[in-house]
Write a protein that binds this ligand. Structure first.
Ligand SMILES: [Cu+2]
Length: 505
């Protein structure tokens, strides 16, 4: 699935800064380093973007493999479901703000020879933050364009390859000694008539010059090392780490979550109807799963009422989207003894069932009414890094396709893909791994509409009734391992959860 990208395209995210010479030089250096760097430890999470949507008349599956470092090169794969696409162009720009209006020139991307419906290209990401990729398609049915929101983050600081370190050190030594010998030779012999040997006076002068120039060079080396350390620390600081929340229980069953900075949650925008989507998963069995929607208190804390729950250690994943369209999943832990509380209502729901099976994969999940959800799993093993549509079919107790599906928070379904060690948590929708609030911003930017219609897409979906009993989620597992998939739907007013275990090669 991975092919070599034919070319890298420089993208104007911030025209002034990019035109700046040192930026270009630094990004070239980064590119060089990313080629020669040793492979580093796999990142935590699921940073790549999987998106399914329409560019005018063309239905597209878009994958954006975000770079490990920023600035860096993102790989973009576009698959068209129809064969009448003549040309695909891509360009990256900021998701929100005034800059979204100035769309830089897009670049044509390459069509795959063995698979003419598949196009690949690459783009420079110069700055971290909430970006969007515009995919422009032209073909037999005219032109179409879609905007995919992409959160760009530096996931790691690439280590320098040992041969490069050795090479650079050798050059440093050569240059330092060379500079010293030129200075000394100059002091000793520059004014010497041809054929004469240097006098004692000349040699004494040479020794003084040696001392002074050694001192100056040591100073230069010292400041050079300081500069290097500062750059290194800045690169380390740019590496994204998920924000953390601390959890406390108040009054028996009220869960209060605090962020490290009280203002962190001051600029949230609603994402499919809620400011926060809070997931609690009992570790390590994953036999209990809650999806709640806490309120953001005026002091910046999150507040949720818990139902009756058994004792255990719970992993917290809390999804939020900032004003810029930048999504974040906050992490935390909660240790509970048995608690009692009211039953859940509204969009809140819980599931409990069999513990995660490390040995077996499951393709069916029974529902409380006697129906079930079936994962239409392909015969071939699930592979990490390979984008796919994960399809689920909802059946009634008689085995017929369910006819009572309703939108749940504006969409046909929600899915959470969680790795057994909790190092990956992806909250998906039929549109993909992107946050729906960010999709709304991208859509508004595409339409040139500055009014933020954050939940435009789900609202449109809500009107499309009745819903199909087949739901699909575009995704690709970030790395091999055991995963548990939670699929959440709404039928006749009830929220139901199907659970599937999958081994990923
Ligand atoms: Cu959702």
């Amino acid at each position: 699935m991975h092919t070599e990208m034919p070319h890298a395209t420089t993208v104007d995210l911030q025209e002034s800064s990019i035109r700046h010479g040192s930026r270009v030089f630094r990004s070239l250096l980064w590119l060089l380093l990313s080629w020669i760097a040793l492979p580093a430890v796999a990142h935590v999470g699921s940073p790549d973007v999987f998106y399914e949507g329409d560019a005018g008349p063309y239905h597209l599956f878009v994958v954006v493999r975000v770079p490990q470092v920023i600035p860096g090169v993102a790989e973009v794969e576009v698959r068209s479901t129809a064969g009448d696409v003549a040309e695909v162009r891509i360009v990256a720009l900021r998701l929100g703000g005034g800059e979204a209006e100035r769309v830089p020139t897009s670049e044509v991307i390459e069509r795959s020879k063995p698979d003419p419906q598949w196009f690949t290209g690459s783009l420079w990401f110069m700055e971290p933050g909430a970006l969007q990729i515009r995919v422009q398609v032209s073909g037999a049915r005219g032109k179409g364009e879609l905007a995919v929101p992409v959160p760009a983050i530096a996931q790691q600081k690439l280590p320098m390859a040992k041969p490069l370190v050795a090479g650079l050190f050798a050059m440093l030594l050569l240059l330092t000694l060379g500079a010293l010998s030129i200075a000394v030779a100059g002091a000793r012999e520059a004014e010497l008539p041809e054929g004469e040997t240097s006098s004692l006076v000349d040699q004494r002068r040479a020794r003084r010059v040696l001392l002074v120039s050694s001192f100056i060079l040591c100073g230069l080396l010292y400041f050079g090392k300081q500069w290097w350390n500062a750059e290194d620390a800045a690169a380390a600081a740019r590496v994204y780490t998920a924000p953390r929340v601390s959890a406390t229980l108040v009054g028996g069953n009220r869960l209060v979550l605090k962020t490290q900075e009280a203002t962190y949650l001051s600029d949230l925008i609603p994402d499919h109807g809620h400011l926060v989507h809070l997931f609690l998963i009992r570790v390590t069995a994953m036999d209990l799963f809650l999806h709640l929607h806490p309120v953001v208190a005026s002091n910046g804390e999150l507040d949720a009422e818990l139902p009756t729950m058994p004792a255990g250690r719970y992993q917290i994943f809390a999804d939020v989207v900032h004003q810029s369209g930048f999504p974040a999943t906050m992490l935390g832990e909660l240790d509970l003894s048995d608690i009692s509380g009211p039953s859940l209502g509204g969009d809140d729901c819980e599931w409990s069932g069999a513990p995660l099976s490390t040995a077996m994969d499951t393709t069916e999940s029974p529902l409380p009414d006697g129906g079930r959800i079936v994962w239409e799993r392909p015969q071939t093993p699930v592979k990490a890094g390979v984008p796919a549509s994960f399809r689920f079919r909802v059946e009634d107790p008689n085995g017929n396709p369910a006819s009572d599906l309703q939108p749940y928070m504006g969409m046909a379904g929600h899915a959470e893909f969680v790795r057994s060690d909790l190092s990956t948590f992806a909250h998906l929708h039929p549109a993909g791994s992107v946050s729906m609030a960010a999709v709304g911003l991208a859509q508004a930017s595409l339409l040139g509409n500055l009014v933020q219609e954050q939940n435009a897409a789900p609202a449109a979906m809500a009107m499309a009734m009745p819903l199909s009993p087949e739901i699909s989620f575009p995704y690709g597992f970030p790395r091999p391992g055991k995963y548990r998939i939670f699929v959440q739907i709404k039928r006749a007013g009830r929220i139901e959860t199907g659970v599937f275990d999958a081994h990923v090669n």
